[in-house]
Design a protein around this ligand. Structure first.
Ligand code: HAM
Length: 428
């Protein structure tokens, strides 16, 4: 097979079972988000390159190495979105949405980063994303984290993730810390990994989440960011932690959690897992009070987070089964028109229906049972046609009954309801 038939490295096809999982995760996210006042919106998949280049940080990995940027035919610098936040901020400023705060927005869709593909890391992946504008209080951080953890529970992955939080402090705290950390790491410059040596000049805070073993040893004695907090930053972080404790949300303070994007301040957080190899973040986000202003909008506090859909699916144990269909078998040629009519009625009432036209009856019933995993087979023979009836065979119960054709929707609804409300354990 020509390699051109393969998806591009770092991308993949989403086949039906995974597609159903995507759909369900989107539904859960939209629904749980709505309990907290979030509304859905969408921004374009590509933006002018400056939207990301200026905002994510000149020294961030994303801007330096990972953006899918190109010049379009009109000579415009365009970038496929490497995340949602910058595009949403661009949109809320340009659409004047910030006149109505608090503004809480949910989005989902594909995201593109030119990273080295590995387990849990792709070049095209998908995020569910939440952004909240206009709330400066620490209680907003607590509510966002409550939403995140409700999502985690609803998705059923709570046993596989842990909430880690940190405060990056305000700008003054961060600058002070940057100096302290640089001073400390300078002493070990030549022992640091190559990557960290480069970061030491450009973005020393990122060295804190280095995966290099030697770097980790050097970092054990490094000064903690907490030492540099201003009084206000410290009080803000205490209030966030207190709120989490009141709501009974377990969390771990990780002073090394710094995040890879430059726009964060105060609360930064990640939901991490040990089930995905070296890719340990499933959800991540934080407060970014300065970004709206930096992009040309008003002074505007903001906080948000995103979850990687592929990583969430990898943690979910649930099977995403296809809906159970009904199979109609017209025995005689003369019954096919009636089969079409019955199928139309069933489908019009939300019941998945297939018509099996050809082959001998036994084979068609077997096909319905094995290939289609149908629950019910509707047989339309000569006898049934004459009497205006159908024979309905339940495959799981090996039972057969005859009903009037005009009763078919009512009957199927009733039986399908019973089938779908039976839990998987009961079914076995
Ligand atoms: P992020 O940490 O860059 O944050 O990405 C969020 C999540 O996207 C990660 O926790 C992970 O689940 C998923 N993810 C990231 N890169 C990949 C990849 N290469 N392959 C698969 N999944 C990946 C942001 O994007 C921020 N915009 C979040 C945010 C929203 N902060 C404030 N508001």
């Amino acid at each position: 097979m020509s390699h051109k038939l393969q998806p591009v490295r770092g991308t993949k096809d989403i086949l039906p079972e995974e597609y159903r999982a995507f759909h369900e995760i989107g539904q859960v996210a939209r629904e749980v988000g709505s309990y907290y006042g979030f509304q859905g919106m969408a921004t374009p998949i590509f933006e002018f390159t400056e939207v990301f280049a200026r905002t994510l940080g000149d020294v961030s990995d994303i801007v330096n190495k990972e953006m899918y940027s190109f010049e379009d035919r009109g000579g415009e610098g365009i970038t496929l979105r490497p995340e949602f936040t910058a595009g949403i901020v661009r949109s809320v400023i340009s659409q004047g949405l910030l006149q109505h705060i608090p503004l809480k927005l949910f989005s989902m869709g594909p995201v593109f980063r030119y990273e080295r593909p590995q387990k849990g890391r792709q070049r095209q992946f998908h995020q569910i994303n939440f952004e909240c504008f206009g709330l400066a209080d620490a209680k907003a951080d607590v509510e966002i984290l409550a939403l995140l953890m409700q999502l985690v529970h609803t998705l059923g992955i709570q046993k596989k993730v842990e909430l880690e939080i940190n405060s990056l402090g305000d700008q003054a705290s961060r600058e002070k810390y940057r100096e302290l950390l640089t001073q400390y790491l300078e002493k070990y410059r030549t022992s640091l990994s190559e990557e960290s040596q480069l970061r030491l000049v450009r973005n020393p805070l990122r060295i804190l989440d280095s995966k290099d073993e030697k770097d980790k040893v050097i970092l054990t004695e490094a000064p903690s960011i907490a030492m540099s907090y201003s009084k206000e930053a410290s009080a803000f972080f205490s209030e966030v932690q207190e709120g989490l404790t009141i709501l009974g949300i377990p969390h771990k303070v990780n002073p090394r959690l710094v995040r890879g994007l430059d726009y964060y301040c105060h609360t930064a957080f990640e939901c991490t897992t040990s089930f995905l190899g070296s890719q340990n973040a499933v959800f991540a986000g934080g407060r970014y009070d300065g970004l709206v202003k930096a992009m040309g909008g008003p002074e505007m506090p903001a906080i948000g987070f995103a979850g990687g859909i592929e990583r969430i699916i990898a943690l979910m144990e649930k099977k995403f089964a296809a809906p159970i269909p009904v199979a109609i078998i017209p025995v005689e040629d003369g019954a096919t028109k009636q089969a079409l009519l019955l199928a139309q009625q069933l489908r019009g009432n939300g019941i998945c229906t297939e018509i099996l036209y050809n082959g001998n009856i036994g084979k068609r019933i077997r096909k319905a049972a094995d290939k289609m995993q149908a629950e019910l087979v509707v047989i339309l023979g000569e006898k049934e046609m004459m009497a205006g009836e159908v024979t309905v065979r339940s495959l799981s119960k090996s039972k057969e009954i005859t009903i009037k054709q005009h009763d078919i929707v009512r009957y199927m609804r009733h039986v399908m309801q019973e089938v779908v409300t039976v839990t998987p354990e009961e079914k076995e």
